[in-house]
Design a protein around this ligand. Sequence first.
Ligand code: PLP
Length: 394
Amino acid sequence: MVKVNGNYKSLKQNYLFANIAKKLSDYVEANPTAKIIKMGIGDVTQPLPKVVIDALVNASKEMGVKETFRGYAPDEQGYAFLKSKIADYYKNNSNVELSDREIFVSDGAKSDVANFTDLFSNDNTIIIPDPVYPVYMDSNLMLGRKIQLINGNDINGFLPMPTENLDGDIIYLCSPNNPTGAVYTKEQLQQWVDFAIDHNAIILFDAAYEAFIADPDLPRSIYEIPNAKKCAVEFCSLSKTAGFTGTRCGYTIVPESLMADGESLNKMWMRRQTTKFNGTAYIIQRAAEAVFTDEGLKACRTIIDYYRANAKIMTDTMSKLRIWHTGGFNSPYVWIKCGMDSWEYFDALLNDINVVGTPGSGFGRCGAGYFRLTAFNTTENTIEAMDRFSKLFK
Ligand code: PLP
C-alpha cells in the first residue's frame, strides 16, 4: 500500500490570504460602494519596462525562425549572456566577484529556496527567524526537520542575532525581510557569518528585496561580508527587482569555495539541478538580460523609487501618528505595531477606513500584535490610505 509523506500532516494550513480574501469579499458584498484600498498582498503592480518587453518580443520571434530557434539550453544553469550580466551586477552593486560557475539561473527564488533543502540530511537543526517568509519553515517541516525559531521583536528591531546558547546547522536569513522590512547591517551579518563558521553551519541568505536598499552602508549581498563565501548561499529574484512575479526568473549563488560535511555544495547543487531541472525559458532569460542593461536598470530603478516613495509616505504617517514601525525606507514593507490582536486590527481597518493589510500573526508567532502594509500600490491610493489612517488614529 502506498504511504504518503506523513510530515505533510504537521503543516499548518495556510489560511492567511484565503481568510483575507473571504473577509474582503463578505465586506464588499455588504458594502458594494466602499472604496477599498488594498495594501495587503506583496505583489508588484507596475508593468514591465519597455526594454524588457522588447527583449521578450525579439526572443519570441527568434523562436519562430529555423536559424535562431532554441531547444534545450547548452547549460541548464543559465545562458552565458545572462550569467555574465548577473556577475557584472554583483561587481557594480556590491563589489563582489562571481565566476559564472557560481551562478545558477532559475524560475524564481521560491523554488530554489525550497529545493536547496534537498542537499542536507534530515537530522540537521534549522534556525529560522520568526516572523518570516513561510517557505523556509514549511519546506523543512515537509522533511520532518527540527526547527529552532529565533524571535524578532520591537527590542531587536525584528533582526534576531546569534546568542551564546544558539545551536543549529542551517540558518535562514532574509534581508530586507519579508514581512518586517528590517535590514541587517554589515556588522550584524558579520556576526552571523562568524557564528556559521564557528558552528560549521550554512547560511541560506534570501536577498529577494535587495534592490530596495537605498542606504549605501547596508549590505545588498551577504558576500559583502568577509568569509561569507565559506558559509553562505544567496538566493535572489527578479520578481521585486524588475516586476517579474508573473514572468519568473531568479538566480542562486553557490560559491565554489563553499563546503559542508566535506562536500562541495556547488557541485551538489549542480548535480541536483541537472537531475531535476531543465533550465529557465530562453525568452525569459533574454528578458532578464534586458533588466541588467543600463536602460533596464534605469527603468527598474524608476519603478522601485516609485514604490519607495509610497513607503516613505507610509512611514512618515506612522511616525507622525507615533505608531511603532520598522521597514519602509529600504523595503516595500512597513511593519507596524497594532497594540491589539492582528486580526482584530485587520477587521478594524477594513470596517472603519476600508484599508486592507496583512495580519502579522500570519508570518509566525512573533508577528502577533503586528501588521504588514505594502508599498506596491499607486501613490494616489497610498496617500488616500494614509489620510484615512491619520483621521482614524489622530
Ligand atoms: N523570498 C522572499 C522573502 C519573498 O518574499 C518572495 C516572494 O514574495 C520570494 C522569495 C519569492 O520570489 P520569487 O517570485 O522569485 O519566487
